[in-house]
Design a protein. Structure first.
Length: 216
């Protein structure tokens, strides 16, 4: 798989991801939702920390997280270049491309959104306002996809820890970048053998060199 194909995948995901985030950011008030189907809602929230809303405490926690994400993307980008150069399997290259695109999509939020938007509390956010809600590297990641397949289900009392409580299946709220990362990781897990299978061409060359050395 050629590098240009990977670049196309990354570009497409980034465009759709950022379009969906900007659309929600400028058309929804924080916490506002729209019922699309009984099992699917658009629900606007902002993630201030890591996945699942985990926050790194301290004054520099957010900055540390953003810098860490940038370094991770650099490493993933190098991995992608190396994989395409060595003509690794399509499974691997597609997976890395999806992970790279998703990570970069959320970095854009973290780096830029704090200075190009104002806050979304009780009003619609505006683009390039006089008083943005944050600073460079301190933006919040926009999430909006919510799939409560079973909502407010009363668990039987005999179930440990959550018995007698109302629960929702699946209660994660995420964006396209998150989905892209999860899909890439899923490919690496479920198609592990195909993703990391050696390139037959390089395997043949290596085997031929061994034979030549033995003959000498």
């Amino acid at each position: 798989m050629k590098l240009r194909n990977s670049v196309f995948i990354i570009f497409l995901i980034l465009m759709v991801d950022q379009y969906s985030k900007v659309f929600v950011k400028t058309n929804f008030i924080l916490g506002e939702s729209v019922q699309v189907f009984s099992w699917f809602k658009l629900l606007f929230i902002e993630n201030e920390g890591m996945a699942w809303g985990t926050v790194i405490p301290g004054e520099y926690g957010k900055l540390f997280l953003t810098v860490f994400r940038i370094l991770a993307v650099v490493a993933i980008g190098y991995w992608l270049l190396d994989a395409t150069k060595k003509e690794k399997s399509k499974y691997l290259i597609i997976a890395i491309s999806l992970i790279f695109a998703g990570a970069l999509g959320n970095i854009i939020d973290s780096v830029l959104y704090g200075v190009i938007f104002d806050d979304s509390h009780n009003h619609l956010a505006t683009f390039l306002p006089e008083n943005p809600y944050g600073t460079w590297f301190h933006g919040k990641v926009v999430d909006m996809f919510y799939f409560p397949f079973i909502e407010d289900y009363m668990m039987p009392t005999w179930v440990p820890f959550i018995g007698g409580k109302e629960v929702t299946f699946f209660n994660a709220i995420f964006n396209l970048a998150d989905f892209s990362i999860s899909t890439g990781v899923g490919i690496l897990i479920f198609f592990n053998k195909k993703a990391f299978a050696p390139n037959p061409k390089y395997k043949h060359v290596t085997y031929s060199k061994i034979l030549d050395n033995n003959e000498d």
